[in-house]
Design a binder for this molecule. Sequence first.
Ligand SMILES: *Cc1c(COP(=O)(O)O)cnc(C)c1O
Length: 352
Amino acid sequence: MRPLNVQIRLGNLRHNYQILKEMHGGKLLAVVKADAYGHGAVRCAFALADLADGFAVATIDEGIRLRESGITHPIVLLEGVFEASEYEAVEQYSLWPAVGNQWQLEALLSRHWKKPVKVWLKMDSGMHRTGFFPHDYASAYAALKQSEYVDSIVKFSHFSCADEPESGMTEIQMEAFDLGTKGLEGEESLANSAAILNIPEARRDWGRAGLALYGISPFGGSDDRLKPVMRLSTRIFGERVLQPHSPIGYGATFYTSKSTRVGLIACGYADGYPRRAPSNSPVAVDGKLTRVIGRVSMDMMTIELDASQEGLGHEVELWGDTVNINTVAEAAGTIPYELMCNIKRAKFTYIE
Ligand SMILES: *Cc1c(COP(=O)(O)O)cnc(C)c1O
């Protein structure tokens, strides 16, 4: 069998949830959209079932999948519905929809709900994707408040730069949020991972943890408080020595400068490893760091082995414990979110 493996360490997931909840205080949503950032939403939700206050997803289908597998916790639909007819499923599966614009609001209010719905009313405090502007927020809130179909309202907003402490944006957004929600009763939610870790004033009634829940620092590098959940590894299935001045791989982008031992490993961009990861991107053989050389192909890639390094048959970590996924993401000009979401064709193993 092709030896591309993803280990999901559920103990680390539980550890991260507990640390983040303690840090945030109040209640904490485990954000499991996009199949739990590629980790497997159902397995992750069950691993957190006795700890989590609730879960958050991006689509109705993701919410339904959790419900049908037996998750009974609150489930927030972070972007709300994409068409009015989806409110049917919102009611049937007892999801908590976000409302972030006028049509979502009107469609919700014009429906005859059999039981009142809990709404997450989104403010656009400065990211300018979705949400009611601060000056429109109170009237949207009032429209919901007056409806017999609305059980309660959680006021929330999302930060654009919480992972860039120097930007000043988060302070501006918090001020806009606090002004726009002034005098409106109910619970609040502001903090994503970066804000939970770094911005105490953003900790309100509900936190929303994604990236850090999976053990990855939103600030690049690593964070000792978090334990990586995903570990991607493969094996060396070919080994050879190339003469100096030998090109390797598509485009001949890398030439050996000396006689070089090269390991061929089973992982490529069709598995979700980024093709943009250049030569020198880190990998680890049996826990010892080395580097990618030559372009990443669809199904395989080549790595450098030094004289002391084990070769054929040995394990190579692409990211996880020795290789920080943030380093790979930076080398490839992307973010760890994208790398984790993209993994496919690998064998997933869940470790308790
Ligand atoms: C995805 C998402 C989160 C989680 O963000 P992280 O940076 O992964 O912690 C929180 N809130 C909203 C609205 C989101 O869409």
